[in-house]
Write a protein that binds this ligand. Structure first.
Ligand code: ATP
Ligand code: MN
Ligand code: MN
Length: 301
């Protein structure tokens, strides 16, 4: 028969439009960014964000009263999230729990309607939650560490990953640090992935103890960078590329080409408006190739 237009299938802009209530409500008081601006941001950025989050269990950081007021993390599905916000049962120690995921712009905007500011996906998909396809080395600078040193650390990690056959990608956290992201074919389980990340981080810290620490108990040590490998455990998350951050600066977690890193002045160099402008200027994905790289964990370091 005749192919139905999106409109006839109920896929029109009108029937798919997500109602954003209280668009005038101030979300970032220091910057006069309102809920409507946040929704406009995520709507405009959907084509960049959806590949990062679609079909992945998500933790949401929701801030119903705006940044600076009580925000809370939510990972379980619940009432009132909207009909495009989906749920996937995942086994946990305590039994099976329903996790949130979305796979389209409606789902994304329904999360925004529920005052979600930050999106934190798993490094695995709902189809294959036991095999990570993304690892993240989260670089957390201690007091006294300069931005130049954080950038050098990211490049150092990139080089060492290359030595074991792994290409990586870099992102500003939108807060204080950088994330070095490694795409994987989903073959190894979480335990193996986590063991690799721990060993990798420990080796760096042993080699340059004046620059790095890899143990949680030393994470806040002055003058050193904590290589947070704990993001790579089952159920752990990292903020996704292009997510807003619930911080006063309204920084965005921006993915970069490695060659761009040198001229970036801070981890929160792109507040909402600058991130939008960057996305509009982009001709290609700064992480071009990440989806087609076929790499697996090395057998040993
Ligand atoms: P920064 O550069 O300022 O460190 P970040 O996003 O890397 O920004 P971290 O505090 O290092 O922030 O946390 C890393 C990740 O750990 C976060 O992106 C988030 O996904 C996860 N995380 C941190 N705290 C929580 C929490 N309370 N609940 C759930 N996930 C959390
Ligand atoms: Mn961090
Ligand atoms: Mn961290």
């Amino acid at each position: 028969g005749r192919v139905l237009s999106p409109k006839e299938k109920g896929g029109s802009a009108v029937s798919n439009a997500v109602t954003i209530t209280h668009p005038e409500r101030v979300v970032y008081p220091g910057r006069k960014i309102r809920k409507g601006d946040v929704a406009d941001y995520y709507r405009a950025m959907a084509r960049w964000i959806l590949p990062e989050i679609a079909g992945r269990p998500l933790s949401l950081l929701r801030c119903p009263r705006g940044v600076g007021q009580a925000c809370f993390f939510q990972k379980h599905h619940g009432q009132g999230l909207g009909d495009a916000v989906r749920s996937v049962p995942l086994k946990q120690k305590s039994g099976t729990e329903d996790y949130v995921f979305v796979d389209d712009v409606q789902g994304l905007l329904q999360l925004v309607q529920m005052n979600t500011l930050e999106l934190h996906p798993w490094g695995a998909t709902v189809q294959d939650p036991e095999h990570p396809d993304r690892l993240v080395f989260d670089l957390d600078p201690g007091e006294g560490v300069t931005w130049v040193q954080v950038k050098a650390a990211a490049r150092d990690i990139r080089a060492r990953l290359q030595e074991v056959g792994l290409q990586s990608f870099v992102r500003l956290s939108g807060g204080k640090g950088l994330h070095v992201v490694v795409p994987l074919q989903p073959k190894a389980g979480w335990d193996q992935a986590k063991a690799f990340c721990e060993a990798f981080a420990q080796a760096l810290a042993q080699h340059a103890p004046d620059r790095y620490v890899a143990t949680m108990s030393k994470a806040r040590r002055t003058g050193v960078i904590f290589i947070d490998w704990l993001r790579n455990a089952r159920g752990a998350t990292s903020v996704c590329s292009w997510s807003l951050r619930a911080r006063d600066s309204a920084g965005v977690a921006v993915p970069l080409r490695w060659e761009e890193l040198g001229r970036i002045a801070a981890a929160d160099a792109f507040p909402l408006d600058k991130a939008l402008a960057r996305a509009r200027r982009l001709k290609r994905d700064p992480w071009e190739g990440i989806a087609t790289l076929k790499q697996v964990l090395p057998l040993d370091l």
